[in-house]
Design a protein around this ligand. Structure first.
Ligand code: ZN
Length: 559
């Protein structure tokens, strides 16, 4: 008698094999049999012919803070996700000394799109070291399976304290950081992550600490992974670390390297394809590089209290540095500041925003008198008013006390380019950024979007190929053992869904973060049930009210 039987399913097993009819038997959290007749079970689920796939492995999340107060890391499990990889881009909260908590939280507030109040009242600081962080997660329990990077910004803050975002490290500090990476790898970190992207700033425009690392520091830290011969490197790359430099780091460490964020920009439309071509060449030389790509258009909802969209512009730095509100508003109104912003936007570069005014719309105004502007693009409305878009936009925001909500689809808006990217053999489906940018967007349902939009609506690839990309391909890239496939011996991480309606719904703004802060959340469409290690977490209504903490903290990875 098996613990659990799921019968009458269309099984998409994660290997790329076409769907086949049958059932799955589970004992002690693992799949023990697959086929037409798998015996008897204490619990029997009739799948009614719906599709059963391995649970989605979301390899780019930022739940490091949220998981301390919300171990189920909503909304990911309801969106079919059974394993999350956290600590991407080097943004972690361990190691962290009590005295440095404020620095770490201030750094996270912009990049995570989460208010400082939410972080202050939410994070359960029951750890200092990385090993203690993993032990805490394990002791307390986790909803989905959880793998954690050791993050560059945290270890740099540990070693350099208040100077972490100011200067290069001394050889002694680099040695200290190496020791921290070594310690984290020894207790089961999934790898080492970092960022060199100009878009990654802490509060008041302070660069994330890893952006201050020089080549010697990067070499030394990547080199630690060579010692253990396990773990994955991950970076969100900026201009200073092009693909050939990352290939060199991969060679030096002998480890796989996840290269983010390969998003398509209409301003530099060939850039992402050049990156993928360089990654293909590196692979030809035996380097395991993966281009991290997203199936979602990158849409930001924002206001000028926190205009992340503009924060990758060098000319915006004075605005981020303006500590008090009056100075900030005076700057937004000043002709000199605006002139610098206009001049920079006129020079397209590899960055988030390049003056795509036709893709930026007024979402919600504060004043009734402005209601006719809702839904209008900034390009159209500013042209009608005879103003430069920068002037028009900032004038409107200032007139409404910065409360006007805008929405901008800045990257990944070209569907034909995206179709090429998503079918590229060197690409890894990634970049949901679940747990981050919470005020601006929610792509935690990126996997469902691939299945609904790209497979069912656009017929870009067979469903078995999409499932393979979301499951076994990711498991193999990160060396996650016994997950990402429906096969005897694998853990029973399973998602049951209706392929006729699967997808994600429109984003809803919720006020459910600690201290009442807001975030955007998308509901799942067509997900009927999700099991983690054989235990059910989700039904057709979403996360079960008494959902078990069935996940495991993953500490063992294949080399
Ligand atoms: Zn990230």
């Amino acid at each position: 008698m098996h613990d659990l039987l799921i019968e009458n399913a269309s099984i998409i097993d994660g290997t790329g094999r076409p769907p086949f009819q049958g059932g799955v038997a589970v004992d002690n959290g693992r799949i023990v049999a697959i086929g037409e007749d798998v015996g008897a079970g204490r619990r029997r689920i009739d799948a009614g012919g719906l599709s059963l796939m391995p649970g989605i492995i979301d390899n780019h999340t930022h739940y490091d803070a949220q998981i301390t107060w919300d171990p189920h890391v909503s909304p990911s499990p309801a969106l079919g996700v059974t394993t999350v990889v956290m600590g991407n881009c080097g943004f972690t909260i361990a190691p962290c000394r009590p005295d440095d908590r404020e620095i770490i939280m201030r750094n996270l507030t912009h990049v995570e799109g989460m208010s400082l109040d939410a972080l202050r009242s939410g994070i359960q600081w029951e750890f200092e070291s990385f090993p203690e962080y993993l032990d805490f997660l394990e002791r307390r329990g986790v909803g989905p399976n959880t793998a954690v990077f050791v993050g560059h910004s945290s270890i740099r803050t540990w070693a350099l304290r208040g100077d972490a975002s100011r200067r290069a490290a001394t050889p002694a500090e680099v040695a200290q950081m190496q020791a921290l990476v070594r310690e984290a790898m020894a207790v089961g970190a999934v790898g080492f992550s970092t960022t060199t992207s100009l878009q990654h700033n802490g509060e008041a425009g302070v660069p994330m600490p890893s952006r201050l690392a020089d080549a010697a520091e990067m070499d030394a830290l990547a080199g630690v992974l060579a010692e253990s011969d396990k773990g994955t490197l991950m970076i969100t790359k900026g201009l200073g670390t092009p693909v050939p430099r990352l290939e060199a780091l991969s060679a030096l460490s002998g480890r796989p390297f996840i290269v983010a964020a390969l998003l398509h920009s209409n301003a530099t439309p060939e850039a992402v394809f050049e990156d993928l071509a360089m990654i293909a060449e590196a692979r030809g030389r035996g380097r395991r590089l993966y281009g991290a790509v997203s199936p979602c258009p990158l849409t930001f909802e924002f206001n000028f209290h926190a205009p992340y969209v503009f924060e990758g512009l060098a000319s915006w730095l004075p605005a981020m540095e303006a500590h008090d509100d009056a100075r900030y508003r005076a700057l937004l109104a000043s002709a000199e500041f605006r002139a610098a912003v206009k001049a920079e936007i006129d020079r397209p570069a590899r960055r988030l925003f390049n003056g795509e005014w036709q893709s930026m719309h007024v979402l919600k105004v504060r004043d009734e008198a402005n209601e006719q502007l809702e839904g209008k693009s900034v390009a159209e409305a500013s042209a009608r008013a005879g103003r430069h878009p920068v002037d028009w936009l900032l004038d409107l925001a200032l007139a409404e006390d910065l409360d006007t909500m805008f929405i901008a689809t800045l990257l990944n808006s070209d569907e034909s380019a995206l179709a090429r990217i998503l079918t590229d053999a060197n690409a890894l489906i990634s970049l949901s950024d679940a747990g981050a940018h919470l005020e601006f967007f929610c792509d935690a349902g990126a996997g469902l979007h691939l299945l609904g939009h790209w497979v069912r609506e656009r017929k870009l690839m067979p469903i078995e190929r999409a499932v393979q990309r979301l499951t076994s391909e990711t498991a193999d890239a990160f060396g996650i053992p016994d997950r990402g496939r429906i096969a005897p011996g694998c853990w029973a991480d399973l998602t049951l869904f209706d392929p006729a309606i699967v997808g994600r719904g429109a984003a809803v703004r919720m006020h459910d973060l600690p201290s009442g802060a807001t975030r955007l959340v998308t509901p799942a469409l067509g997900v009927r049930a999700v099991w983690v290690n054989g235990e059910q977490l989700v039904d057709e209504n979403g996360l079960l009210p008494d959902a078990p903490l069935a996940g495991r903290v993953l500490r063992e990875f294949n080399s």
